[in-house]
Write a protein that binds this ligand. Structure first.
Ligand SMILES: Cc1cc2nc3c(=O)[nH]c(=O)nc-3n(C[C@H](O)[C@H](O)[C@H](O)COP(=O)(O)OP(=O)(O)OC[C@H]3O[C@@H](n4cnc5c(N)ncnc54)[C@H](O)[C@@H]3O)c2cc1C
Length: 424
């Protein structure tokens, strides 16, 4: 169920905004994907407006308006998987909704492209000029990357004539100006603009917020799941992608239960053998411990028992999906022979291994055929050579051969003929 009948490859969404790839090249119709499954999957083009977890129902609205309004659809479920993304966070800044562009959907990319072209055409008229400014609340841009990448990007933007204003807060956006305040000096000033793109993180969608209130998660920012992606406080509901976050278990909270499970002879102490018997299961269930051990940051037992950071990284959505599909496909098989770690609070083993995120690195395309790449093992590469790595990785990540071929032909067209600057 989705209000859109296609998947879009969001990492390439900035490309249609500047004419390097066409919008249609990064979308794949859902119907093309499900027809390969011989009717095992059904798709409905509708928007979920309410989840009724008590009665195991979802209430949806069709996209098309009829004379009587939108058609209401009620669907019963045995298992529900929520993957509705999040929504743009405006921090309630005035004027943002009415005057800014966002970049989340393909339509957004098309609007930005038209707006960019029209701004450049205006700038080409006498007495006009082009000025690009990046306003950032933090002290560096790209602050999810290491300092080397942020500094490289800032210097590159400076060379390209792009002004970067860090430690600067947007107070409001009016029809022609952005009002900003420099944090350190407290000075309020305004920047005239032709177009603004707002990109300031994500917040929770209304339908998810409503559901969170229903299941006692109203104080949380995102829908919390356990390590098996099951929504906490709710039966048979799973959540993945950007709308959810894994509530990482704290070893400290479970320590006495783990100890009792490990202390087989009830002696009140753990022998080396007893410890070795449980450590493998502990590492599967509390992945933060393995990281501590691997990085040799272990100074005391207390270090080992600290909580790890919540897993809220963006690229986990695809891994979440693959993990859940595998669990559903092996549901019956693992009921009789579970593959998961020991249950410390009850007897037996968990049916599945918990979800583990594998980090494959991250890229930041910076324009002018230059990219910054941060890969596992603290490997950082910046400039033209990483651009080729970026091309190959993003090509390999395309969902189907159909989009792969379209993307390559767009890149080739651009190399030969340049960007298409017609404002259609
Ligand atoms: C411009 C941009 C660039 C990005 N670049 C990268 C990158 O390089 N690497 C990376 O790892 N991540 C990147 N991301 C983040 C990445 O796109 C997201 O993390 C990922 O798409 C999240 O997947 P998801 O399944 O949660 O949501 P989505 O992929 O957005 O899918 C959500 C689906 O839910 C549907 N939906 C929404 N509301 C409802 C409803 N009420 N009822 C039913 N269906 C609904 C939508 O139509 C959509 O089909 C980027 C994001 C953007 C916007």
């Amino acid at each position: 169920m989705s209000p859109r009948n296609y998947f879009s490859f969001t990492p390439l969404l900035p490309s249609p905004t500047c004419g390097t790839v066409e919008a249609r090249s990064i979308v794949e119709p859902i119907r093309n994907i499900i027809k390969k499954k011989n009717g095992q999957i059904q798709f409905r083009e509708a928007e979920c407006v309410k989840i009724d977890a008590t009665n195991k129902k979802v209430i949806c609205h069709s996209n098309d308006d009829t004379v009587l309004g939108k058609t209401e659809i009620f669907l019963d479920y045995n298992y529900l998987v929520i993957a509705t993304w999040a929504q743009v966070n405006t921090f309630n800044t005035s004027g943002v909704i009415g005057h800014c562009h966002f970049l989340k959907e393909v339509e957004d990319a098309q609007k930005i492209r038209r707006s960019v072209i029209s701004c450049f055409e205006k700038a080409d008229l006498p007495n006009n000029l082009v000025r690009i400014t990046v306003v950032q609340f933090g002290d560096h841009i790209l602050n999810m990357f290491g300092e080397r990448v942020s500094t490289f990007a800032e210097h590159k933007f400076q060379r390209d004539g792009i002004k970067v204003k860090t430690e600067c807060r947007v107070l409001g956006v009016s029809e022609k100006e952005i009002v900003v305040k420099v944090k350190s000096e407290g000075i309020v000033s305004s920047i005239p603009y032709g177009m603004v793109v707002w990109s300031a993180g994500t917040g929770t969608r209304h339908v998810i917020r409503n559901f969170m209130e229903q299941i006692g998660q109203s104080k949380r920012r995102f829908l919390a799941t356990d390590e098996w992606l099951r929504v906490e406080g709710c039966d048979s509901v799973y959540a993945l992608g950007d709308c959810a976050t894994i509530h990482q278990r704290k070893v400290m909270e479970d320590i006495s239960t783990i100890f009792s499970a490990a202390d087989k002879d009830n002696s009140g102490t753990l022998t080396v053998k007893e410890f070795q018997d449980v450590i493998k299961d502990i590492l599967v269930k509390y992945p933060q411990l393995e990281l501590y051990l691997k990085n040799k940051h272990l100074r005391s037992a207390k270090d080992l028992l600290k909580d790890s950071q919540g897993n809220d990284m963006k690229e986990v959505a695809a891994q979440h999906g693959t993990y859940l599909a595998r669990c559903f496909n092996h549901m019956e098989e693992y009921k009789t022979s579970p593959e998961g770690p020991l249950r410390f609070k009850e007897s037996g083993r968990h049916q599945f291994r918990p979800f583990r995120y594998k980090h494959f690195g991250q890229f930041a395309p910076l324009g002018g055929e230059q990219t910054a790449a941060e890969l596992p093992g603290d490997w950082v590469s910046m400039g033209h050579r990483s651009q080729w790595l970026w091309y190959s990785v993003y090509l390999s990540k395309q969902v189907t051969w159909h989009t792969r071929v379209l993307v390559v032909s767009d890149w080739t067209r651009r190399f030969i003929f340049g960007r298409d600057s017609s404002c259609i």
